[in-house]
Design a binder for this molecule. Structure first.
Ligand SMILES: Cc1cc2nc3c(=O)[nH]c(=O)nc-3n(C[C@H](O)[C@H](O)[C@H](O)COP(=O)(O)OP(=O)(O)OC[C@H]3O[C@@H](n4cnc5c(N)ncnc54)[C@H](O)[C@@H]3O)c2cc1C
Length: 576
């Protein structure tokens, strides 16, 4: 019989949305839970994220006057997943995500409000909605976490206004542009930031938590309130089996090996493998690297490897939550082109100077467009650029570069200009010379695009047709707020890459989040949730929050199934 250093009911690997949600639920069901986190910070990608959670027919929608139904939620998911996900799993998600959301609101500090105008990513698809299913976490006062505040992973730098404070998704839309309203909003936020000076001094960072930091701050607060142990700097290194059942795990706790027995199971919630080059090269399309992900360095596929070695079946390993990104000098994370890709007076071209996709499409589709482009052109050194003109530059952001009205070219730090990040030239020819792409083709591409922009339609790629494309458009630009000609000098470009928000392939699981073997049977005692699993969303992305919604939901389902298991001792007692 193995020697154990500690015995618990449920061992949770990873402190992201999937792991922390499960730990809270497991505790509330009476389980003795231990959560372990490999890195020195809580929260994983979930803390760096927008924190948005996608739930069809959520109760907040009715309050906003938006009609929805479970049937439409299912119809939508069935349509966009294109038959790759069994109906019962889609129904499960529609039903259970609502229940989990209600539980989080009732029993924990997590609070979501629907983004009434944030469209599904395919709002025109059967069952799609023009808003309300994507939900935004309400801001949270990080001071409540006290010393734990500095142990919460910081937000992605691109979500920090002036590198200082966060805003909610709802506020973000108001903050786009450089109009009077935006200036007023910013001034007000700066004033509030000033008021938090003493709190900031006391707790070591700004205390207004928004987006993913709010979600994870709220979950961490709920976990600590329940006194659930959550160990940092503690990685799961090995699963322990007895007669084919997972009975515990070996941990590396700050360099010391510890054997932990888990009577009701081990939950693998250690995120995906976006930072594991070997796995990315083994499973994914080329070009691929670990440098283009926007997420945390600690997501190295540990859970997926452990499950795979235990005989688990894998799915969707070639997939990720793709998004076009740029590489900002001195930033350890790539920057996501959420807003930029939809703004008028800009387009994307490849190394041949041609457009290759609808730039304003959901980000997962834009990157699929990049990979399709590689397959089509056979380019040995594929490169892509976001190109725009002075009208764009004047009033729109480009990664860390604020609109020209606020941050004129002359004031740009050297690390951003002269092709270090932003390329600039007085003519298209000169710009193309800098980018080493054919000017004649680019000029023809732009001429065609400008003709479309003036008519407000894009017969090549349908940009601006969907309400999703127009969400971040500029309403002042007519007839289509996502399409504006590129005609005013100087001209600019930023190189873009096929990046991701995390990977979405991994262990196959069932309706109870049990990890499945190749033959479809569960591996007893082993659960998985979040990006350690093959996503219930298949190869698609239903809307903002389409990853955190399932992470929370399947984390809950795992904890509930574990709580329903009887330990050997209980079984014996029942038999006697
Ligand atoms: C900039 C950005 C914005 C995003 N916005 C959104 C959004 O608004 N909505 C949405 O749905 N998704 C969003 N995403 C994606 C989302 O963040 C992830 O898909 C989601 O957070 C994954 O949750 P998770 O619990 O599976 O993993 P994570 O939150 O990544 O947590 C996994 C944790 O496991 C730990 N771990 C790894 N190995 C071990 C080990 N051996 N032992 C112990 N612990 C280990 C990691 O250190 C990490 O802390 C965004 C991502 C980024 C980067």
């Amino acid at each position: 019989m193995a020697e154990w250093d500690r015995t618990v009911d449920l061992l949770v690997m990873g402190s992201g949305a999937a792991g922390m949600g499960a730990a809270v639920r497991g505790h509330d069901l009476g389980l003795d839970v231990l959560l372990v986190e490999k890195s020195d910070l809580y929260g994983g990608n979930s803390a760096m994220s927008g924190g948005v959670c996608w739930v069809a027919n959520n109760p907040g929608m009715a309050k906003e006057g938006i009609e929805d139904s479970d049937e439409d939620g299912f119809r939508y998911l069935k349509h966009i997943t294109k038959g790759e996900v069994p109906d019962e799993m889609l129904w499960l998600y529609v039903r259970e995500s609502k229940r989990v959301l209600a539980y989080l609101h009732d029993k924990t500090h997590v609070r979501y409000v629907p983004l009434a105008k944030y469209t599904d990513y395919y709002p025109e698809a059967p069952g799609g909605r023009p808003g309300g299913r994507s939900m935004d976490p309400l801001p949270f006062d990080g001071a409540k976490l006290r010393e734990d505040l500095i142990r919460l992973r910081r937000p992605h730098p691109q979500s920090q206004i002036l590198g200082k404070f966060g805003i909610t998704a709802r506020e973000a839309q108001a903050a786009i542009g450089v109009g009077f309203k935006t200036m007023l909003f910013m001034a007000w936020q700066m004033f509030l930031y000033g008021l938090r000076y003493f709190k900031r001094k006391r707790w070591g960072r700004d205390t207004k938590l928004c987006a993913g930091n709010s979600l994870m701050g709220r979950l961490l607060y709920s976990l600590k309130e329940r006194s659930v142990p959550a160990w940092l700097n503690t990685g799961v290194t090995e699963l322990v089996f007895e007669e084919g059942k997972v009975v515990g795990a070996v941990l590396d706790k700050e360099g010391t090996p510890l054997r932990v027995k888990a009577n009701r199971g081990v939950l693998l919630a250690a995120g995906g493998f976006s930072r594991n080059l070997e796995m990315r090269e083994q499973y994914q399309r080329r070009p691929i690297t670990t440098e283009w992900t926007a997420g945390t360095p600690s997501n190295t596929g540990d859970a997926i490897r452990m499950g795979r070695d235990a005989g688990a079946a894998l799915g969707l390993m070639d997939e990720a939550w793709w998004t076009p990104v740029s590489l900002v000098p001195k930033s350890p994370f790539s920057w996501v082109l959420v807003v930029e890709k939809s703004l008028p007076h800009g387009l994307f071209v490849n190394q041949a100077g041609r457009r290759f996709t609808n730039e304003a499409a959901p980000y997962i589709d834009v990157v699929n467009g990049m990979y399709d482009d590689v397959a089509r052109t056979g380019a040995a050194d594929p490169r892509w650029f976001h190109m725009f003109d002075a009208s764009y530059r004047k009033s729109s952001v480009a990664g860390p570069i604020a609109p020209g009205k606020v941050m004129p070219d002359k004031q740009l730090p050297r690390r951003y200009r002269d092709g270090n990040y932003l390329y600039r030239a007085d003519t298209i020819e000169e710009l193309c010379e800098q980018l080493k792409i054919p000017a004649a083709t680019v000029k023809a591409t732009i001429a065609r695009f400008n003709e479309y922009a003036r008519k407000g339609e894009d017969p090549d790629f349908n940009r601006g047709w969907s309400a999703q494309d127009r969400y971040y458009g500029d309403p002042r630009v007519k007839p289509n707020c996502s399409l504006g000609p590129i005609e005013t000098a100087p001209f600019y470009a930023v190189q873009i890459y096929p990046g991701d928000l995390g990977t979405k392939g991994g262990l196959l699981t069932d309706a109870h989040a049990r990890v499945l073997k190749q033959d479809g049977d569960p591996i007893p005692g082993l659960y998985a949730a979040g990006n350690s699993t093959a996503s219930v969303m298949g190869r698609t992305y239903p809307g903002a929050g389409g990853t955190i919604g399932p992470a929370l939901t399947f984390g809950f389902l795992a904890a509930e199934d574990a709580a329903a298991q009887r330990t050997n001792e209980e079984r014996q007692e029942a038999a006697e």
